[in-house]
Design a protein around this ligand. Structure first.
Ligand code: GLP
Length: 235
């Protein structure tokens, strides 16, 4: 594991540097990208520095809510419209309002699989240790699927869903994430310090899905000093 712990003001650039490094020799790379507050400064910095994606880059969102309005402000579709520059490679994602969510995520993941194993999966981490929408209780072999969202995940999203947070999500699985050539885990802020520590140094178990990343052969963790506080105390 490569661990990069930087001051909060250096986080976005450190993430851009690690991302750029991972893509140096990639040809027509396939990327998986997270939503949430954590990647926002990273995406902003990619835009500010006019990050040059390799030609033919294809990008996929890690997950989406299941919701009647595909354009709802809390949806991941709306997130990428707000935070992903229009001149960057477009980000594909499953439709939140699909009539048949199971079929939707199956078709979406067939497209991800056709792209090839992901060259890089960029991840955030939930306060309960989830990655994408792989909630506690997920297994290493779990692939793309419809999931019931954990209460803590729904509480964390409440602000963006004033009329009620969806109960279900569509997600890439632990299996697709673990098959990525490189995983880049992003974490910021003091609220993440316990879960980051548990995920990266504690037992590998489905109750903390991010702990499976300990088994990934090419994991880069980029965090700020607040999120990484308990990791650096030990070194
Ligand atoms: C959401 C997303 C995850 C994200 C997580 C953390 O539930 N599905 O992909 O990593 O929340 O979000 P934040 O960065 O806002 O803490």
């Amino acid at each position: 594991m490569e661990l990069i712990v930087v001051r909060p003001e250096e986080f976005a650039q450190a993430a851009v540097d690690a991302f750029g490094h991972a893509l140096v020799r990639a040809e027509r790379p396939c990327l998986a990208l997270p939503t949430g507050s954590t990647p926002v400064p990273f995406y902003r910095r990619l835009a500010e520095t006019r990050f040059a994606f390799p030609p033919g880059t294809r990008a996929f969102a890690l997950d989406e809510f299941v919701a009647p309005d595909a354009e709802a402000p809390g949806s991941n579709a709306a997130f990428f419209r707000r935070h992903w520059p229009p001149d960057f490679p477009p980000v594909a994602m499953p439709r939140a309002d699909a009539a048949d969510p199971e079929a939707e995520i199956a078709a979406y993941c067939a497209a991800v699989a056709a792209c090839g194993p992901l060259d890089i999966a960029v991840l955030g981490i939930g306060v309960n240790g989830h990655i994408a929408f792989n909630e506690p209780g997920s297994g290493l072999a779990d692939g793309c699927r419809v999931v019931r969202l954990a209460e803590r995940t729904r509480e964390a999203a409440a602000r963006e869903w004033p009329e009620g947070v969806p109960e279900y999500g569509l997600t890439m699985g632990i299996a697709e994430i673990m098959a990525a050539r490189r995983v880049m885990l992003l974490a910021t802020g003091p609220a993440k310090r316990h879960v980051v520590h548990a995920a990266l140094t504690g037992p590998v178990m489905g109750e903390i899905p991010a702990s499976f990343l300990q088994r990934h052969p090419a994991l880069t963790v980029v965090c700020d000093t607040a999120a990484g506080a308990l990791l650096t105390q030990e070194s």
